[in-house]
Design a protein around this ligand. Structure first.
Ligand SMILES: Cc1cc2nc3c(=O)[nH]c(=O)nc-3n(C[C@H](O)[C@H](O)[C@H](O)COP(=O)(O)OP(=O)(O)OC[C@H]3O[C@@H](n4cnc5c(N)ncnc54)[C@H](O)[C@@H]3O)c2cc1C
Length: 477
């Protein structure tokens, strides 16, 4: 139901006319994130303070208006798509870094701060906030907390969830709540700050965060090794851990990704089945020794090419191919990559065997799958490449995705390691979490009894992962 004139007038009074929009163009744009889903909100509201967020939520709860909180809208599972209409609460205006307290090892900031802006502010102190999502130049800290985001450095430094010390949160009824504390440790009852990590905007709106920060490593270097089989790459990863080496990043690319990068960018990569990129950080001598050891391990596991570098220019070249994966797949002729099976988590040692089955699944269902990601944490991203105008391709993608997730759950994994459940993975999430879904529903009912916060997501997301698919226009084959 569209918002009444009265509600629009109230929203305008709270945030000001310049921070409220309900024109068609704005509603269209804010109906999408980086997922396949689309549903327009009735209005977009851009609060500038906790007090404004509180007033907006009080109003929306009273009037039963759905509220979908949004950071930068880079979520890949429809997390910030307002599937029940209502308002999108866009948090980008609340983007101040409030303090950097190196002596206390934390910083305090508003949720609209962009990940890379935070790290630019920490750099002069010699500190950083390490989880490094691929979207780090645009995604917000609020979105990272709400999605439980992580990235290439999580293998050594932990995910966002490990680094949240405290939050200010506005609940659905407008109550402003402080959770966590200002110290590094806290054994004082339920760890409520963690409850909001991964809650995807369904329990409250994060308006302030205290995050653990860490000293930047003194130096780093990287190694790239290519293999004739996925199993050999997997053996190298296992041996790296068995030899007590702790990379600060450990990534993998499969054959389809390697070929796409070569085709699109002409990057001189070997004709391999898999390649791994390993980063070590710390004191220069340790980095060099560890890279050399990882190189020997890779060769012993069957690597055909091994190269490593510690100077910034050559290190950047090693990482180039990994950064080129997504853009190269996005321009693979008629087929485009869609985010359906994009965020699989599994025990590290199961990665090669599970990736091997993906190739068979792809063949069976007439789609192409490119797999890459954070192999050192057992977190693999899979892009299914299809002709997005073809309904047949979408059906193939759906079947392939189902089979992929089946494999992952059989391997003891998760259907989302870092992107969240959103609107895409409801059925799979329910299958994975079983009885704990009931507990989550009770928590949701306690904190948001009228169900206004990001309705239709997580456990309430639909069975059909292709719901509200923005690609299917009715003109498909
Ligand atoms: C190219 C690309 C690469 C990516 N790489 C990674 C990666 O390496 N690792 C990774 O983890 N993710 C990755 N992502 C996914 C996504 O960028 C992250 O999950 C990111 O943290 C989302 O942040 P955002 O600001 O865009 O949040 P949005 O997409 O706007 O929102 C995400 C969720 O958070 C909620 N939310 C946002 N702000 C708040 C708030 N203040 N209070 C309460 N809830 C809030 C929203 O309601 C929504 O449910 C990638 C995405 C893209 C497009």
């Amino acid at each position: 139901m569209p918002l009444s004139e009265g509600v629009l007038a109230e929203l305008e009074r709270i945030v000001g006319a310049e921070n409220l929009a309900s024109d068609d163009a704005t509603r269209y744009v804010y109906g999408a994130d980086a997922s396949i889903h689309h549903h327009p909100p009735d209005a977009v509201v851009r609060p500038g303070s906790t007090a404004e967020v509180s007033e907006v939520l009080r109003l929306c709860e009273r009037e039963l208006v759905p509220v979908t909180t949004r950071g930068a809208g880079t979520g890949l599972s429809g997390n910030a798509v307002p599937v029940r209409g209502g308002i999108v609460l866009e948090m980008m205006r609340m983007n101040r870094i409030l303090s950097v307290r190196v002596e206390d090892l934390y910083c305090e900031l508003e949720p609209g701060v962009v990940f890379s802006a935070l790290n630019r502010a920490l750099e002069p102190h010699g500190y950083w906030f390490p989880p490094a999502p691929g979207s780090g130049d645009v995604c917000t800290v609020g979105g990272m907390i709400a999605n439980s985001a992580s990235g290439i450095r999580t293998v050594k430094y932990g995910a966002t969830r490990d680094l949240v010390l405290g939050l200010e949160v506005v609940l659905a009824d407008g109550t402003v709540l402080e959770v966590g504390n200002r110290g590094l440790k806290n054994a004082s009852g339920y760890q409520l700050e963690k409850l909001f990590v991964g809650s995807e905007g369904t329990l409250g709106v994060i308006t302030r965060a205290r995050l653990r920060i860490l000293p930047r490593p003194r130096s780093s270097g990287s190694l790239i090794a290519s293999f004739r089989s996925l199993e050999a790459a997997g053996a190298a990863i296992s041996q790296i851990y068995r030899n007590r080496l702790m990379p600060s990043a450990l990534e993998i690319m499969d054959r389809n990704c390697i070929q796409a990068v070569k085709r699109k960018f002409g990057t001189p990569l070997p004709d391999a089945e898999a390649l791994i990129i390993v980063e070590m950080d710390g004191d220069r001598r340790v980095v060099e020794d560890d890279l050399r050891a990882a190189g020997e391990i890779s060769r012993a596991a069957g690597a055909s090419d091994v190269d490593f570098a510690t100077d910034p220019a050559r290190t950047a070249r090693i990482w180039e191919s990994r950064k080129q994966v997504l853009p190269s797949m996005a321009s693979s002729g008629e087929r485009g990559p869609v985010s359906l099976a994009d965020d699989l988590g599994m025990p590290v040692s199961r990665v090669p065997e599970v990736l091997r089955t993906f190739a068979e699944i792809a063949r069976r269902n007439g789609v192409v799958i490119g797999a890459y990601g954070h192999a050192g944490e057992g977190n693999i991203h899979c892009k299914v490449l299809i002709d997005t105008k073809s309904k047949r391709d979408w059906e193939g993608a759906r079947r392939a995705t189902d089979e992929i997730y089946g494999e992952v759950l059989r391997a003891g994994g998760t259907v989302s390691a870092e992107h969240g459940i959103g609107y895409s993975r409801g059925r799979l999430f329910r299958a994975e979490r079983g009885a704990s879904i009931g507990v989550m529903r009770r928590i949701k009912a306690a904190l948001d009894p009228k169900g206004i916060l990001n309705p239709g997501k997580l456990f309430d997301a639909p069975d059909d992962m292709l719901s509200d698919n923005r690609y299917i226009t009715g003109e498909c084959d």
